[in-house]
Write a protein that binds this ligand. Structure first.
Ligand code: UDP
Ligand code: MG
Length: 317
């Protein structure tokens, strides 16, 4: 039988994952061997661990992996740049070295057996295959509620995202080349990838519990991530401000008429509650609107600087 020459790069961002990596490697050893034996991928396929400026032994562990088996490649970022940038660094490595990339989290919460299905869909002609969680039974109620709320809110705010798809996805070389043309500093891959185009497909899988270590996405980070996603992809909030402005204008007409009538009737002293309430309400709305505008100006500021999204300190390959 002819050997398959499809080179896969599995991209795994790691931040303080010393507790999880041992188990992850064991699973990946088995999975990669299985895929090679089934002749689905080339024997030159690799696993790319991107160390995102971890403060624990993560990089030392990745080095050990690399020394024990050349299938493991390490990309060491110069400091912590966050999940999205670490992922991008790995994907840009894969763009140069592989035919397809599949990205996964270091805790293997995404079932690695979805890889077979993803490759099958790639072979059937898809350039991007989104991994979608078909249930979240094993997530805590809080995580499920906030995470699913995240996708619904994003769509409501005008950001095109695939429901329940995180960053577990297959991308072909030309899709990665497409991605490399998006130079934005405020990186929200889930919003960018659907914009690339090409034929896409979905592979479903069960989401597992984290094997070890703690989630690196507490609520605060999730909220910041959602805000980033919305303000990088949609100007709907700005439009909403305009609508609020119109509404307030209408209300103020009503208030104007009301005040004049009150003046004529001679009831003007008894307006205290109303004035105090209005001051607070208008003040609140104005501050909120300024905040939203500020968000966008902040984005422009960051984009204008065009700073690098990550700096690679060293590569083990
Ligand atoms: N991660 C990263 N840099 C960060 C935070 C997280 O590279 O600053 C990685 C982390 O190691 C993991 C992935 O991003 O591989 C997703 O994080 P996590 O599993 O903690 O998020 P959750 O699944 O709880 O949403
Ligand atoms: Mg996780």
């Amino acid at each position: 039988m002819k050997k398959c020459n499809l080179i896969l790069n599995l991209v795994i961002p790691c931040y303080n994952e010393e507790d999880a990596l041992g188990f992850t490697k064991k699973q990946l050893d088995l999975k990669m061997k299985e895929l090679m034996n089934k002749n689905l991928i080339s024997n030159n396929s690799k696993v790319i661990f991107v160390n995102d400026g971890s403060k624990d032994r993560t990089w030392e562990i990745i080095k050990e992996f690399h020394e024990s088996n050349e299938m493991y490649v390490g990309v060491n970022l110069s400091r912590n740049r966050g999940h999205q940038n670490a992922l991008l660094a790995g994907l840009m490595y894969a763009k140069e070295h592989a035919d397809i990339s599949i990205s996964m989290d270091a805790d293997l919460q995404d079932d690695i057996n979805v890889i077979d299905d993803m490759i099958a869909k790639y072979n059937a002609g898809a350039d991007i295959v989104y991994g979608v969680r078909n249930s979240r039974k094993k997530d805590s109620f809080f995580k499920r509620f906030t995470a699913e709320g995240f996708y619904k809110f994003m769509n409501l705010m005008g950001v095109e995202v695939v429901f329940n798809h995180a960053d577990c996805r297959l991308m072909s070389k030309r899709a990665l080349e497409g991605l490399s043309n998006y130079k934005e500093v405020n990186l929200f891959l889930r919003g960018i990838v659907p914009q690339i185009g090409y034929k896409t497909d979905i592979a479903y899988y069960e989401r597992n519990k984290r094997i070890a270590g703690k989630s690196k996405y507490p609520l605060k980070k999730m909220l910041a991530f959602a805000l980033d996603g919305i303000t990088s992809f949609s100007i709907k909030p700005l439009r909403m401000i305009t609508s609020i402005g119109f509404l307030l204008l209408l209300i103020s007409f009503v208030v104007l008429i009301y005040s004049i009538v009150m003046k004529i009737v001679g009831n003007t002293v008894s307006g205290w509650t109303f004035i105090v309430c209005s001051i607070w309400l208008i003040g609140g709305i104005q501050t909120l609107c300024l905040g939203v505008i500020g968000e966008y100006i902040g984005k422009l500021y960051n984009e204008a600087k065009q700073r690098p999204r990550y700096i690679i300190e060293s590569i083990l390959d």
